[in-house]
Write a protein that binds this ligand. Structure first.
Ligand code: HEC
Length: 159
C-alpha cells in the first residue's frame, strides 16, 4: 500500500511537472523549439538522428511513430531555415530548393497513409539531403538509407 502511494505520487508529479519543464506541453504549435539557435553541425546531427528513426518507423509500418518523427524532422528543418548563411553557403535558400519539396511530399504521403508511397517518399527525402550537401560544398557527406536499428527501441506499433 505504502509503496503504491509513493509510485502514485511520483507519477502525479511527473504528469504535473513535465509540461512546465518542456515549456508548453508536448507538441503544441507555440512551444519552444528544442533546436532553435543550434549550430548547423548539431542541427545536422539531429537531422541524421531523427530521419534515421523516421526511416525505422516507416520500415515498421508504424503511422503513429512516423507522425512523431516527421514532426521532429520538421522542427530541425525549421531551425535550419533560420540560418541564412554558413561559411558563405546560402543555407536557407539551398534548403528551400532541395529538401523542402521532398519533405512536403513525405508529409503528404504520411498523411495519405499509403505504404508504398510513404516508402518511396522517404527515399526521396534522403535524395534531398544529398542534393543539399552537393549544393552546399559538402557533397562528400553522402546519406544512404539504413534499415538497421541500433537503438533500445522497438519501432513496431504499440498504441
Ligand atoms: C541546407 C542544406 C542541407 C540540408 C537540407 C541537409 N544538410 Fe546535412 N549538412 C549540410 C552542411 C552545410 C553540412 C556541414 C556542416 C558543417 O560543416 O558544420 C552538413 C553536414 C551533415 C552531416 C555531417 C555531420 C554529422 O553529424 O556527422 C550529416 C550526417 C548530415 N549533414 C546529414 C543530413 C541529413 C540526414 C539530411 C536530410 C534529412 C541533411 N543532412 C540535410 C547541409 C545540409
Amino acid at each position: 500500500m505504502h509503496k503504491r502511494f509513493t509510485t502514485f505520487l511520483m507519477l502525479a508529479s511527473l504528469v504535473l511537472g513535465l509540461p512546465a519543464a518542456a515549456g508548453e506541453g508536448e507538441h503544441g504549435e507555440d512551444h519552444d523549439s528544442p533546436f532553435e539557435g543550434m549550430h548547423l553541425l548539431l542541427l545536422m546531427h539531429n537531422m541524421q538522428y531523427y530521419s534515421h528513426k523516421l526511416g525505422l518507423a516507416v520500415d515498421a509500418n508504424n503511422p503513429t511513430l512516423e507522425g512523431f518523427y516527421v514532426h521532429e524532422v520538421e522542427e530541425v528543418i525549421e531551425a535550419v531555415s533560420e540560418i541564412e548563411e554558413y561559411e558563405g553557403i546560402p543555407i536557407a535558400e539551398n534548403l528551400k530548393k532541395t529538401l523542402m519539396p521532398a519533405f512536403e511530399q513525405l508529409e503528404a504521403a504520411i498523411e495519405g497513409g499509403e505504404r508504398d508511397a510513404i516508402d518511396a517518399a522517404y527515399d526521396e527525402l534522403l535524395v534531398g539531403c544529398n542534393n543539399c550537401h552537393a549544393a552546399s560544398e559538402h557533397g562528400y557527406i553522402h546519406i544512404r538509407r539504413n534499415h538497421t536499428n541500433p537503438y533500445p527501441q522497438d519501432f513496431s506499433p504499440h498504441d
